[in-house]
Design a protein around this ligand. Structure first.
Ligand code: P1T
Length: 383
């Protein structure tokens, strides 16, 4: 199924023909490692499940469809997907990355790939000129996360793509916070879209899975080689759960966005709150870009209480009853996190504070409960 169908239809049908064996409407969980061959090489396209599996293949087609891409690849986690992208590089190559990004991505870049001779430049991409200024003859890849985790900075994908195309660089966009419902980076000129499908795409906090989507056939071939050769694939059950999540992505995202707005607006007028980071506010530094490249603003936001330190922020989080204190995001249930000690703890304090991840910052993943119950919960917790 190609672009002629709209997004909501694609979430239900994209790449998902009834199963050829018995016409099952949902792709069955092909829980098998291997496939019978009549003679060596005599098989029906499936040989060994690290290379291909029918359930994973159905998911990969669905992922490609909802991101307006030609090729989808599924991995055992978001980080495994990022790892595969970085394996396109070789020692001496350089990467320009957003300076405010998921702590685990930063850890993978600096603690693993720097050791293999790849150099990373972390720059604030709210001003895209900084990207062009950081390019040198060794630059190969630009890594964008937008909106960023957890500061909710928004990066102009189209403007960065103009630069990467001019300099013949690969542009990869981590689209986890937005989900393909809100933004489709390939349409803005990105070469690779990456997802922690653990989040909005899966949507139910029951599966850890990563995805890459590309248009270019050669890039797809190279990534698919890495996927098989390195072997960080996802299993059939996780592929199935993610496929099931995709079916309701559009309805969930609509409600996440409505609730996100209600919670952001509530916190923004609260006398005890210093600052709310949410791209839907007109005074958000890149609100215009967010409005142009996103359909809505989603369910993620961060906030800093007035004059609060580490202990005061923790106290608010511990007081919450509907929001659960937990890592992760993008599930139907509301979660609250403390980036400085949780998701971003692996970033040195000086570095993380430079990008705004101070000890008092609280991150919310606003779920799809009744918005008023979420607001009442925050009201009693902030006091
Ligand atoms: O957890 P995993 O599926 O491996 O995905 C990693 C990842 C990549 N990119 C972004 C933007 C992410 O937010 C994540 C994972 N993030 C969390 C677990 C978190 O609580 O922020």
């Amino acid at each position: 199924m190609k672009k002629k169908f709209r997004f909501n239809t694609k979430t239900i049908h994209g790449g998902q023909a009834p199963d050829p064996a018995y016409g099952a409407v949902m792709p069955p969980i092909y829980q098998t490692t291997t496939y019978a061959q009549t003679t060596p090489g005599g098989h029906q396209g499936f040989e060994y499940s690290r290379t291909h599996n029918p359930t994973r293949q159905a998911l990969e087609k669905a992922l490609a469809s909802i991101e307006n891409g030609k090729h989808g690849l599924a991995f055992g986690s978001g980080l495994a997907a990022i790892d595969a992208v970085l394996k396109l590089l070789k020692p001496g190559d350089e990467v320009i990355s957003t300076n405010d990004l998921y702590g685990g991505s930063y850890r993978l870049f600096t603690n693993i790939f720097e050791g293999f001779g790849i150099k990373f430049h972390f720059v604030g991409m709210d001003n895209v000129q900084r990207v062009e200024n950081s390019i040198n003859t060794n630059t190969r890849l630009v890594w964008v996360e937008t909106p960023t985790n957890p500061m909710m900075n928004v990066i102009d994908i189209k403007a960065v793509a103009q630069i990467t195309q001019k300099h013949n660089l690969i542009l990869a966009v981590d689209n986890t916070f937005a989900s393909p419902y809100l933004q489709q980076p390939l349409d803005f000129g990105a070469d690779i879209v990456m997802h922690s499908a653990t989040k909005y795409i899966g949507g139910h906090s029951d599966v850890v899975l990563g995805a890459l989507i590309v248009n270019d056939a050669d890039l797809a071939k190279r990534l698919s080689f890495i996927q098989n050769a390195s072997g960080a694939i996802c299993g059939p059950m996780d592929s199935f759960l993610t496929l099931r999540g995709i079916k309701t992505l559009h309805v969930r995202m609509q409600r996440h966005s409505e609730n996100g707005r209600a919670v952001a607006e509530y916190l923004n007028q609260h006398p005890k709150i210093e600052k709310v980071y949410w791209p839907g506010f007109e005074n958000h530094p890149n609100h215009k870009v967010a409005k142009a490249q996103m359909k809505d603003f989603g369910g993620m936001l961060s906030f800093a209480p007035k004059g609060a330190d580490f202990n005061a922020a923790i106290k608010i989080i511990e007081n919450l009853k509907v929001f659960t204190l937990a890592e992760s995001l993008g599930g139907v249930e509301s979660l609250a996190g403390h980036p400085a000690s949780m998701t971003h703890a692996s970033i040195p304090k000086v570095e993380r504070e430079k990008s705004g991840v101070v000890d008092s910052l609280i991150r919310l993943s606003v779920g799809i409960e009744d918005a008023q119950d979420l607001i009442d919960d925050l009201e009693q917790a902030i006091g």
